[in-house]
Each structure stands twice: as C-alpha cells, then as structure tokens.
Design a protein around this ligand. Structure first.
Ligand SMILES: [Zn+2]
Length: 463
C-alpha cells in the first residue's frame, strides 16, 4: 500500500490534477441534492412584489441621504419610514428597527446628520449572522455627470458635485436600479425567509443602508459597531444595481449576474463567492453566477467593502449589463428594472443564504495566533490537516486543488473528526480547505489553509 502511494505521489508530481482526479474518492462540491424547504422558499419569491417595491421607492422622488426628512411623501424620511413599515407588515417574526447614527460633517456630508439604516432581524438558533442587503439612498449628480461616468476613463472625472455648495440634495433621484432593486430584493427576501417556516441555525439580517452614495457611511458605521461588539458575521451579500438587463450600448443579458469579491484567492469572501455560485447551480440553474476575482468594478464601490474592512466575508452582486448613463441621474426610473431578472437574482441570494443558514459554521483552520493548522506529518511528505470542531457538525469535507486553479477539483468526506491525513500529498503543491457538514447535509463555507506571506526584513548595511 505504501509503495502504491509512493508511485502515485511520483506520478502526481508529473501531472498533478489529472492524477488526483483518478485517485480521489469523490468529486468536488457539496452534495447536489436540493433541500425541498429551500426550493419552496426560492419558489415563493414574488416578481410582482419586487416590481411594486421598486416603483414605491422610486415614487419618493428622491432618497438622497441629505434630502428632506419631514415630508410624509417625498425624500429619505418618508422612504425610510415606508421601508420600516413594510418590513414590519411582512412578518411578526421580523425584529425591525432603525439603526441610527449621528454623523459628523466629513467628505460629502457637509453638516451634522442623523443617518438611519433600516434593519430586520430574523433570529436563528445561534447568534452568527448572515446579511442580505441593499442601499436605499439614491443620488442625482446633475446633468451630464452620470454620462461622464460612462465615458470618462477612471480617475479622469471632474470636480465632485456632491462637495459643491450648489449641490441640490432634493433634486429628483428615483434610484430605481441604483439601488431600489437591491432594497426590493432585501425586503422581499425578509418576507420569504420569515414566512418559510424553516428554523434556521444562523440569524438572518436584512439591512437597507443609507449614506452609500456619500461613501458607504451607513454600512460602515454598522460594520464598525459589529466589530466593536465582536459579533460573528459569516456572510454579507450586498446587492447594488441588480435589476437591469440592457447596457447603454444596447447589449442585453438577462441570464447571468456578476459577483465581485475581495481577494486574496483563498479569502473567506472568495469562499463565499464560490458558495453562491454553487447554490445557484443547485437551486437556480437557469441563472449563471459569473465570479469576478476583484473587489468591484473600476472606480466603483459598495457596502460589501465596509464589511471586508472589518474582516467579515462579503460580496457584491452586480447586474451583468449596466446602463451607466442612467445611474445617479433623474433617468434611473423603474422602466429600467426587469422584474423577472431581479427575481432570478433574489432567488440566488435566497438559495445561498438559506443553505448557509442551515449549515454549521465554517471550521476554524488556524491556531490562536492565526497560523494555519497544516503540517507534513507523520512521514514529512503527507498533508496533515487539523481544524477546530464546528458546533452542530456531523462530518467534514476536505477539499483540494492545484494552487494555480481557482476552483476546487477534489473532495472527500472524512467523518466527524478534526484531523485528516492525505498520505504522500505535498502541502506545498496543492491548496487545501475544509467545510463542516450538518445533520441534514448542509455544508458550511470552505475554510482554506492559507500560506502565510510576509515581507523580507530590510538588510542593515554597514556605513
Ligand atoms: Zn448603488
């Protein structure tokens, strides 16, 4: 047996991925059997409701963060109250609140500002959190500016209109695609999750942010507070501009969505991105998730970065074909949002979040000092993987792949253990990860053993 292993190891050195494929005991990826409860949840998403929420939000005229808060029908004050009321109406199980911050003048915020996110919490059996979010504020940067975004090279834009004293925070800014689409998705998923009858292990948080267009203020203040409270956030799904199918050049794509995530390649944000692609493949096979190995589009950003800044895994969904000229203008109207497409994106969010919320937490694969629990024992040429037991797990699945590949190539279920050895597999030649499996077969995110990297200390030269 040992000889055979050594022969295999020798052949592996010649053609790693091909031979691993023949020798591994199973293929990569969580089990493809769908959970009927999640199928029902995904099927109960209403495109009509998504469409009517987008129209309602656009109907407030503007939701600019610095716009009027006193009118019952126009401005961000009316909009946030309606979101609060709509979430409250959706289910008695949702704990709805204003998440309020007093913001000092800074950057694009010229005065003291009371900023309110609207949050709905669906408590699970544990405190670990999974976020589904969009930003409900909108902006109109003035004539010509949004089109300038479309044609200007990154970094060559003119002065920032939001910093001008002439800037009108009450100008029409319907923000239908940016980002009533993401907020409608968030509000609809809050309703669907709360009424699913599923008893989730994780706590679901449905968050509608303000202050995004000034620089992620609402999500940033919230994520800062989470980190200070040492809250556990397993995943944050930001949905920002997710309802359009037609680009400004007329190209149409209603069949795919982009998911951006911050690296490095084996960050938990990338792990989350892969998980979303997997969940879409199982529950929404008619919609394709295109993973983007970068934080976001050039010169653009969103609330996921508030969470990654605090060390929390986060991604952002972006429609595949954007009409840049309509964004941040009075032209971002509901006719630019396709309810069927938005529905598909909501289904992908729902499937991924529900699968994660039913799974155990991802296993910890580092020690208290953050060092990966990977070694070459016992032979000195084996892959020896250790991890901390994940509460609620009944088994674990070890994954591996070529270091140069971005997708997992092989996996093996290893039972309810916290140590596993792949004999004669070099830890230096492959990437390894491990996921926790719960009682009903749901798998966690994959935690990856990341090789520590550090700068070489500068050499001190004698004078
Ligand atoms: Zn946006």
């Amino acid at each position: 047996m040992k000889d055979l292993a050594r022969i295999v190891a020798f052949l592996l050195a010649l053609a790693p991925s091909a031979l691993v494929a023949q020798t591994a005991s199973s293929t990569a990826g969580p089990k493809p059997t769908p959970d009927e409860r999640i199928q029902r949840l995904v099927a109960s998403i209403s495109e009509e409701r998504l469409q009517s929420i987008v129209a309602k939000l656009a109907g407030f005229g503007t939701r600019e963060t610095l716009s009027d808060t006193t009118s019952p029908t126009r401005g961000i004050g009316a909009a946030r109250q309606w979101i609060f009321d709509e979430l409250t109406r959706s289910s008695p199980k949702l704990q709805v609140s204003f998440d309020t911050y007093q913001i000092a003048p800074q950057g694009r915020i010229p005065r003291n500002l009371e900023l309110r996110n609207v949050i709905a919490i669906l408590p699970g059996r544990t405190d670990r959190r999974i976020y589904i979010t969009g930003h409900y504020d909108s902006v109109n940067l003035g004539p010509g500016v949004s089109a300038g975004v479309a044609v200007a090279a990154p970094g060559t834009r003119g002065p920032d209109p939001q910093r001008s004293t002439e800037f009108d925070a009450n100008a029409n800014a319907p923000g239908a695609d940016d980002d009533a689409s993401g907020v409608a998705l968030t509000i609809e998923l809050a309703r669907v999750f709360a009424n699913s009858g599923i008893n989730f292990d994780a706590t679901l948080v449905f968050a509608c942010w303000a202050g995004e267009e000034q620089g992620l203020f609402g999500s940033s203040a919230h994520a800062q507070k989470l980190a200070a409270d040492k809250a556990v956030v397993e995943a944050m799904l930001s949905n920002d501009i997710v309802g359009g199918i037609r680009a400004g050049d007329g190209v149409v794509d209603a069949a795919t969505v982009r998911v951006y995530s911050l690296g490095p390649d084996d960050s938990m944000s990338r792990s989350l991105a892969r998980y979303i692609q997997w969940a879409a493949g199982v529950y929404v096979p008619s919609h394709r998730v295109r993973l983007m190995a970068r934080e976001d589009r050039f010169g653009r950003g969103s609330d996921h970065s508030s969470f990654t800044t605090q060390g929390y895994p986060a991604v952002v969904f972006r429609e595949s074909k954007e009409n840049l000229a309509r964004q941040h203008s009075a032209d971002d109207t509901p006719d630019g949002v396709d309810a069927a497409y938005l529905g598909q994106n909501a289904r992908v969010n729902g499937a991924a979040a529900a699968s994660l919320a039913l799974a155990p937490p991802a296993p910890r694969v580092t020690d208290d000092r953050g060092r990966p629990l990977i070694a070459r024992d016992p032979s000195g040429y084996d892959a020896s993987l250790r991890w901390a037991a994940s509460p609620g797990s009944v088994a674990y699945r070890v994954y591996w792949r070529d270091t140069w590949s971005s997708d997992w190539q092989q996996s093996q279920i290893v039972g309810n253990v916290t140590h596993f050895v792949l004999p004669d597999v070099s830890i230096d030649d492959f990437a390894f990860g491990v996921a926790a499996i719960g009682r009903d077969g749901h798998e966690s995110l994959i935690s990856v053993y990341v090789s520590p990297e550090g700068p070489v200390a500068p050499v001190k030269l004698a004078n």
